[in-house]
Design a binder for this molecule. Sequence first.
Ligand SMILES: Cc1cc2nc3c(=O)[nH]c(=O)nc-3n(C[C@H](O)[C@H](O)[C@H](O)COP(=O)(O)OP(=O)(O)OC[C@H]3O[C@@H](n4cnc5c(N)ncnc54)[C@H](O)[C@@H]3O)c2cc1C
Length: 328
Amino acid sequence: MPTFTRSSPVEAAALAECAARLDPSRLARGVALAPYTTFRIGGPADLFYRAHDADDLARAVLAARATGVPVFVLGLGANILVGDRGFRGLVVKNEARGVTWHDDGHVRAESGAVVADLIREAVGRGWSGLEHYVGIPSTVGGAVWQNLHFLSPAPARERTMLIEEIVEAVELLTAEDERRTVDRTYMQFGYDFSVLHVRPDIALAVTFRLAPGDPAILHRILQENLAWRGGKHPWLEYHPSIGSIFKKIEGVGAGRLIDQVGLKGHRLGGAQISHIHANIFVNLGGATAADVLALIRLAQEKVLAETGYRIETEIGLVGDFAGALPAD
Ligand SMILES: Cc1cc2nc3c(=O)[nH]c(=O)nc-3n(C[C@H](O)[C@H](O)[C@H](O)COP(=O)(O)OP(=O)(O)OC[C@H]3O[C@@H](n4cnc5c(N)ncnc54)[C@H](O)[C@@H]3O)c2cc1C
């Protein structure tokens, strides 16, 4: 499980030096992160900076690195659980959303661009490739970090489609502070994986290669995929979540195991294992990261004891958990 956890404080002098390198009009201190995640959970960041374009994003990350301040790049917060005590260091909220459309189907999107906006525009222009990911909250950066995925179109739904299939190039700020454009091979895409899990490179922009599509088919895919989600997933507007909590177990399904041991609908504090999909936990209001971690542990222990399967989390843990981390 990728974690960006740290409980020890960052020296005030380092934070001040980092802050001095950032545009003060976009910088704030002690900002609660909960509203910036789809789970609506998480305490304050020491420093919170809104990067407005790819260069600004690179500058902010470099400022943190140069001053020894831990840095976390935040997209829509749709795949992370932030600790109740927040993040010690700098959180860069990625609002770099510039997009350039080319006539040949290539589109360059800064990494803070929201995938839903790209889909709307691509379908409007008759380009195919992004429509499969409709209804999934994600920035472009989050999508390449995790290699966003969904099932191929109905009725067959015979395979998992991965965003890597349409990625042509990724502009990075590398772990060595270099600006570099890389191809798919460098990204080492896998299921729920890219090289960004193991190297602190930052995606600044991505070029996608789309294909001409029949508007009627594109709209059909949008409708069918949204209907699939509407029927199988809790609605984010009413039930904040971060999608699937546990990794897929081929042919078995983590959700099915949790259901089998009788935990569907189980509640701890403000967190609940969804009634309609047991691999999704929802915030019923006022849930804490501690509630979610306790629920994760309970599900792991009960599933192991009663079925023999070890279920592992696929979400990222970010920030200060004051020592209360799950087992895997
Ligand atoms: C209701 C719901 C349904 C979902 N369904 C699916 C689904 O069907 N398929 C699927 O694949 N996922 C699904 N997810 C998970 C989530 O939408 C994806 O993982 C998404 O890509 C997260 O993007 P984000 O911008 O919110 O990233 P965040 O959650 O903000 O960040 C996730 C990780 O990416 C890193 N990151 C973000 N931007 C950058 C960058 N520019 N450079 C380097 N690292 C970066 C962050 O540092 C962090 O480690 C679902 C989530 C929800 C809430």
